[in-house]
Design a protein around this ligand. Structure first.
Ligand SMILES: N[C@@H](CCC(=O)N[C@@H](CS)C(=O)NCC(=O)O)C(=O)O
Length: 262
């Protein structure tokens, strides 16, 4: 029996956080979803399902306007919105459906709290709180990255500079942390590392939009990632080699490894 159910578009690096943690600390995570473009045909609910074509219309009682990342109509039940007041995916639920857990870093925390096989969340309250500090810093970066990645075609100079500043701030903090310790939050692997890997792997995909960015007069923000943040670079690529990560990420970073010949 699963310990956490997640509804989302798939594949989604934010969902990978919970899946990787689940593999490491022995928590069964049930994932339900569909391609991003198909999620507008689904009823977003604890028991999500695909709506018949004739049911999908603005008149549907659960029709809502997408708020972030989705431009069209979405069908979110009242109980979904009660459990998930921000109405976002990934949307996780306790097995009885009573508790909604949102924000991928918090879904990740839930898995680490439930899992007993391996401790990914620090040995005491202080270590756990330090891990939270990295997760918070990660979310600030990830939110800027989300805005940047949703609209490469129209990114403004101001938007590009904001993203550059967020990138430099986050990565210089991670690099400093890794100068002191083998893992982001200390001597052991934690959910801070998992969160970093998933969000940063997604950010690197700006490389697929290099031409578009160049045309707008911008270069890739992560163009010198390996030279400027060598510890962070090595950490990322040594983690993604581990079975728990590679079995989830699959070939996601292969294009980048090919580009750098690593
Ligand atoms: N910071 C959140 C981001 C979640 C988020 O913004 N999800 C968007 C899709 S990328 C969403 O569900 N949007 C619903 C809507 O547009 O109504 C996380 O890590 O879970």
């Amino acid at each position: 029996m699963y310990k956490l159910k997640i509804f989302s578009y798939l594949p989604n690096p934010r969902v990978w956080k919970a899946i990787i943690a689940g593999k490491i600390c022995g928590v069964e995570v049930e994932v339900i979803g569909d391609k991003p473009a198909n999620l507008g045909s689904w009823l977003w609910d604890f028991n999500p399902n695909i709506l018949d074509e004739n049911e999908r219309s603005l008149e549907h009682k659960y029709a809502r306007k997408g708020k972030r990342g989705f431009s069209g109509v979405l069908y979110k039940t009242d109980s979904f919105l009660k459990a998930h007041p921000f109405g976002t995916v990934p949307a996780a639920f306790s097995p009885d459906g009573d508790t909604g857990i949102f924000e991928s870093n918090s879904i990740l925390r839930a898995v680490a709290r439930i899992g007993k096989k391996f401790n990914l969340y620090g040995k005491d309250e202080y270590e756990a709180s330090r891990i939270d500090s990295f997760l918070d810093a990660n979310l600030v970066f990830a939110r800027e990255a989300q805005v940047y990645m949703l609209d490469y075609e129209n990114v403004s100079k101001e938007g590009y500079e904001r993203m550059t500043a967020a990138y430099e701030f986050y990565l210089s903090g991670i690099e400093s942390a890794l100068n002191e310790n083998p893992y982001i939050s200390g001597k052991d692997l934690s959910i801070a590392d998992i969160s970093f890997v998933c969000d940063f792997a997604q950010f690197l995909r700006e490389g697929h939009y290099e031409e578009i960015l160049n045309k707008r007069g911008f270069e890739l923000i992560a163009i010198n990632f390996n030279d400027e943040y060598p510890k962070t670079f090595t950490h990322l690529f040594s983690l993604v080699k581990r079975e728990e990560f590679s079995s989830v990420l699959g070939s996601y970073l292969d294009w980048y490894k090919d580009k750098l010949n690593i």
